[in-house]
Design a protein around this ligand. Structure first.
Ligand SMILES: Cc1cc2nc3c(=O)[nH]c(=O)nc-3n(C[C@H](O)[C@H](O)[C@H](O)COP(=O)(O)OP(=O)(O)OC[C@H]3O[C@@H](n4cnc5c(N)ncnc54)[C@H](O)[C@@H]3O)c2cc1C
Length: 354
């Protein structure tokens, strides 16, 4: 395994539990990337091709244990905007495509959620489980170790292949370690590891900043600006407001940038934009700032499974803005592919499509 994010750690746990001898290499520490620095919302992906993976992930989270606590109930996601006429087509579309979300227009958003500014439009999605950002990844790492997987932190590795077959990995000191299969789950850095020539680049980083704050009257719901639901399929480079609150701490987001941002430079604009939706954000001091990169693929969907041309080489990446929500379900599919079980990976999500 290459990469100790949510995907790599869940894969390591599943494979080790299925009797595979697993060693996971993480170049930094477990959950050092987006899997430890995200907004912390387990969220419906609003993409028909991914709802099965999301439902499987929800179930995995309920059974995860090892320090992870799945909230009993969703908190409700309020999609907010300034113009009701602009929000309504989105609501109607989501209501038709995903009845389970019960997309419901709110006549008086400020009454449903007093933290919101009074003149906003909003609809509610019955979705959203706030969790601590790194909790799921840490729990899967603990579970992987308990099942016998070895986790090596602080070592960056690259896959090695010979004659169209993966032979193992190479460490920075040039040592090679043999392996029957290598799974690259290195988030946005996966493309470069699979193909150092740069010819194969289906996954790129899309950097986001989160501002963590303690509000005196935090919202009860998770809040998202209209438009965020199109991220997986359309991508965007403009900032979009989001606010996820758990245990009195709110994560305010976020940006969608191709280059790593300086969080302190971006934060004031995020707070200013956010205060249009939640007025008490103005003047609130940040508790902490963090930046991390979403692994975004060229068509906005994950890349899962074997790579043609190199036997024994697998990838699991490209989960964009919803990797924590989808991670365990995807990891299970790739674990089954590694184990040689019937591949249940939909062709539209197969890594081989690129
Ligand atoms: C601002 C922001 C907010 C987000 N909020 C949410 C949210 O609320 N809900 C949600 O579901 N998703 C959210 N996401 C998306 C989610 O965080 C990601 O999709 C997910 O964490 C990706 O997981 P991963 O395991 O693929 O990659 P990563 O978490 O990036 O893990 C990859 C790991 O590989 C390691 N690595 C890289 N190269 C090597 C190498 N050569 N050798 C060894 N290790 C290597 C890295 O150090 C890293 O730890 C958010 C993302 C951002 C940026």
């Amino acid at each position: 395994m290459v990469g100790g994010g949510i995907i790599g750690c869940a894969l390591a746990a599943f494979l080790a539990e299925d009797g595979v001898r697993v060693r996971l290499y993480e170049r930094d520490e477990i959950a050092a990337g987006a899997s430890g620095r995200n907004s912390g919302l387990l969220q419906h992906p609003m993409d028909e091709l991914l709802t099965g993976i999301y439902a499987a992930s929800e179930q995995h989270y309920r059974e995860l244990g090892h320090g992870f606590e799945m909230p009993e109930e969703t908190v409700g996601v309020l999609v907010v905007g300034e113009d009701p006429a602009a929000l309504e087509p989105t609501r109607a579309d989501l209501a038709a495509r995903f009845p389970e979300l019960r997309a419901e227009a709110l006549a008086a958003p400020h009454e449903a959620e007093p933290a919101l500014a009074e003149d906003l439009a909003s609809f509610m999605l019955h979705a959203g489980y706030p969790v601590p950002p790194a909790a799921a990844t840490q729990a899967f790492a603990t579970r992987a170790r308990a099942a016998g997987a070895e986790i090596v932190e602080g070592t960056a590795v690259t896959p090695v292949a010979d004659n169209g077959r993966v032979t193992g990995i190479r460490t920075p000191t040039g040592e090679e370690e043999p392996a029957g299969a290598v799974v690259v789950a290195a988030g946005p850095w996966s493309s470069a590891l699979v193909d150092p020539t740069g010819a194969w680049r289906p996954v790129a980083p899309l950097w986001g900043v989160n501002v963590e704050l303690r509000l005196s009257n935090p919202p009860r719901h998770s809040l998202e600006e209209g438009g965020i639901e199109n991220l997986m399929t359309e991508g965007t480079l403009g900032p979009l407001f989001s606010l996820v609150t758990r245990g009195g701490v709110s994560a305010l987001g976020s940006t969608f940038l191709p280059e790593p941002p300086e969080p302190a430079e971006v934060a004031p604009a995020l707070v200013e934009r956010g205060s249009r939706f939640v007025p008490q954000l103005a003047g609130t001091q940040a508790v902490s700032l963090r930046a991390c990169a979403r692994p975004i693929s060229a068509d906005g969907r994950p890349l899962l499974g074997p790579l043609p041309g190199t036997e024994g080489l697998f990838v699991a990446t490209g989960h964009g803005p919803w990797g924590v929500s989808l991670g365990p379900g995807s990891a299970r599919l790739v674990a089954d592919a590694v184990l040689g079980r019937d591949p249940a990976i939909p062709p539209a999500l197969a890594a081989s499509r690129f």
